[in-house]
Design a protein around this ligand. Structure first.
Ligand SMILES: Nc1nc2c(ncn2[C@@H]2O[C@H](COP(=O)(O)OP(=O)(O)OP(=O)(O)O)[C@@H](O)[C@H]2O)c(=O)[nH]1
Length: 667
């Protein structure tokens, strides 16, 4: 009998009814196929909201584009709930001061915990650090690479807890109110503000909202009421019943996303075999179930959700665009735009009646300059012709030059396009779907290039690249540790729960969201996000079971980091060892990269392959014709290698496959 209370030991212990031979067979079956290892596995690790799922979706977008595209529609509900969650972002700690953009607009009957009883939402912030929906902002001077500092974070917890519980009960009442509310809301947009019932003066500067210096908060409150009902419907469909869950974590019907797997097989979870993972709906015991309130059939729910969101768009937009609301958010240091799943800037599109999440395919705005580019490249009046014509001694006629001038002009337009037109965004990559529970995704991708490299004798699956990504919920609700020590214990415990997957893994992609240097974990407000990543990274590097696994480090969310630094947030306030270095993106990212690399060198038991990239996994690479334009090059140089997510992922994949083929002496 085992008496050790070492969490690693207890987790690694086989189930009581497993004989050694059965265990060996099971593992061999998983690892080998026809005498060869059949799949190359990557494991994605990182703290909650580090970007694991998004990286996985990038893999899916790149290597299984068809199913990825087909499943776009399933993400609509997730994005709708993301919109509502952003709209309810708490705007300040403390019950008296707490407010949110939506809670602001909800009447007191529905805001027992959420909003101020007074519609006047100006108030002095008693804290010098605000917090956001993702988990909050840390007090300065708390994250240190030395690991000796004991962070003391000011508690940024608000009492924002307005659940949807009452919303369904009010459903019919709300529907009745909606028409009236919409009428009031519309009147605001017709530049004819109704008299404000409670006489509240707007916080907006005079004339800022285009309707004088008043903002009809009560009208907005009423107009936004139906969103409560929509939220309840979405939560019933997407949010697991587990206590404390608020975020969408369930994508019904997906074969790619977090709730299903692409490969039959078995997974060992904390010493138990979870069998039957395969295509189609996942087994009930392996998935979080949506809320117990039996959800209406999706068609019926859809018929209510999108039209209601569409109807509420003017009010939501008014609130989000209101300078007064922005001012409150700014003074309370709430940076909603840095939170996960933000679609408030795309409200009009996302709440459109026929909204379908984008997958980043070329839109017309992109296709037109691409067309011009190709025309320019293949036209007989191309720049060389232009040059020849200009250098010719023959008397010049400007007529033959005209087409060349047109081409030159269009080249210029193409060149400026990366700056003028934002590349089509990928809603699915930006959506926030929380990972809940244990490993939830295994997918397989095949690389034609790697298949070509495999010698003829090798099986086709050997040549193909398989990426088995196992995402773990390192975060809530399991990390409600009261102290840092306890958090560290949980941290080790969770690392231990990963260990059973490690023996099968060829490389680990570790994601460290470096933009979180001034934030705290959502699940434990005493832990700085950057410090948590550093701790986790140290544990991964030093783990003896992982000594032979290559490590790929993604220093992620560089786009947010860059904006944050440009906005004046200073790293040195949170990482004292940064001292008096420059507070620029280049300096900060290089510093963090070198610190993480140093940890790897110091803590790795054996030398092994290690690669570090600065990434923004939600950022798409520019479409091909733009790749070599000056402005695109300029943008890429500024953002270092962050704009080339696709390229990074492709090289990680190739690197791992090559390594794998080398090990098998096939290369
Ligand atoms: N701006 C920006 N957002 C990102 C980036 N990477 C991830 N995100 C967003 O951050 C949110 C969280 O990302 P996920 O991929 O769900 O994180 P995760 O590590 O899987 O989180 P858990 O499910 O909690 O384990 C999503 O809304 C992403 O769109 C990035 O590089 N830049």
């Amino acid at each position: 009998m085992h008496t050790s209370d070492d969490p690693l030991d207890s987790v690694l212990r086989p189930p009581p009814d497993e004989t050694p031979s059965r265990q060996r067979c099971g593992r061999r079956g998983r690892r080998r196929h026809g005498g060869k290892k059949r799949i190359v596995r990557l494991l994605l690790l990182g703290q909650s909201e580090s970007g694991k799922s998004t990286t996985l979706r990038q893999f899916q977008r790149l290597y299984t584009p068809t199913p990825f595209r087909e499943e776009r529609i399933l993400w609509r509900a997730v994005i709708q709930l993301n919109v509502l969650k952003s709209a309810r972002t708490p705007a300040g700690p403390g019950s008296a001061a707490s407010a949110s953009t939506l809670a602001l607009a909800a009447p007191n009957a529905y805001t027992a915990h959420a909003g101020p009883s007074s519609p006047s939402y100006h108030g002095a912030d008693p804290y010098d650090a605000g917090y956001n929906s993702a988990g909050g902002y840390a007090s300065p001077g708390c994250a240190d690479f030395g690991g000796t500092s004991v962070p003391v974070f000011r508690n940024g917890v608000g009492d924002y807890a307005a659940g949807p519980s009452g919303a369904l009960a009010y459903h019919y009442q709300l529907q009745q109110q909606m028409q009236h509310a919409q009428a009031q809301s519309q009147s605001r947009f017709a530049n004819a503000p109704p008299p404000i019932p409670n006489g509240v003066r707007s916080s907006s500067p005079p004339g800022a909202n285009g309707s004088g210096n008043t903002i009809p908060l009560d009208a907005l409150k009423l107009a936004l009421l139906p969103l409560r009902h929509v939220e309840a419907l979405l939560i019933a469909r997407l949010v697991p019943t587990a206590a404390g869950e608020e975020e969408p974590a369930y994508l019904p019907g997906s074969t790619l996303a977090s709730t299903s797997t692409g490969e039959p097989g078995d997974l060992r979870v904390a010493g138990r075999e979870v069998e039957g993972f395969g295509c189609g709906p996942p087994p009930p015991h392996a998935l979080p179930s949506p809320s117990s309130a039996s959800p209406p059939p999706s068609d019926a729910a859809d018929a209510q959700i999108q039209p209601t969101l569409h109807a509420c768009f003017p009010a939501m937009h008014a609130l989000w665009a209101d300078p007064g609301v922005r001012e409150v958010l700014r003074t309370r240091k709430v940076r909603v735009e840095e939170g996960p799943g933000l679609f408030l800037d795309d409200l009009e599109r996302v709440t459109g009646p026929r909204y379908l999440p984008t997958d980043g395919a070329c839109s017309f705005a992109c296709a037109f300059p691409c067309f011009l580019f190709l025309l320019g490249a293949f036209s007989p009046c191309s720049p060389p012709t232009l040059a020849r014509s200009l250098s010719s001694p023959a008397p010049r006629s400007y007529r033959p030059l005209l087409p060349s001038l047109v081409i030159a002009l269009s080249s210029l337009i193409v060149d400026l396009m990366p700056i003028l037109t934002p590349f089509p965004t990928d809603d699915v990559l930006r959506a926030r779907l929380k990972t809940v529970g244990c490993p939830s995704t295994r997918s397989r991708w095949r690389s034609p290039r790697a298949a070509k490299q495999a010698p003829s004798g090798a099986s086709s699956t050997l040549g193909g690249v398989g990426v088995g990504a196992v995402r773990m919920a390192m975060g809530a609700p399991n990390r409600n540790a009261a102290t840092l020590e306890l958090t560290r214990f949980f941290f080790l415990f969770f690392l231990a729960t990963w260990v059973p997957f490690f023996d099968d893994v060829d490389a680990i992609i570790f994601l460290a969201p470096i933009a979180g240097f001034d934030q705290v974990l959502a699940e434990d407000k005493t832990v700085n996000r950057l410090e948590d990543s550093v701790l986790l990274w140290k544990a991964v590097c030093s783990n003896k079971l992982l000594a032979g696994v290559d490590l790929v480090l993604f220093l992620n969310k560089c786009d947010i980091l860059e904006k944050k630094l440009e906005g004046g947030v200073r790293l040195v306030r949170y990482v004292r060892s940064y001292a008096d270095r420059e507070n620029t993106f280049e300096a900060v990212s290089q510093y963090l990269r070198s610190e993480f690399s140093a940890i790897h060198r110091e803590y790795s038991p054996n030398p092994r392959k290690f690669y570090a990239f600065l990434t923004s996994v939600t950022v798409r690479s520019p479409p091909l014709p733009f790749l070599f334009t000056w402005s695109a090059i300029l943008m890429r140089t500024r953002a270092q290698d962050t704009a080339t997510t696709g390229g990074i992922i492709a090289s990680v994949r190739d690197m791992v496959v090559r390594q794998h083929l080398k090990q098998l002496k096939l290369l």
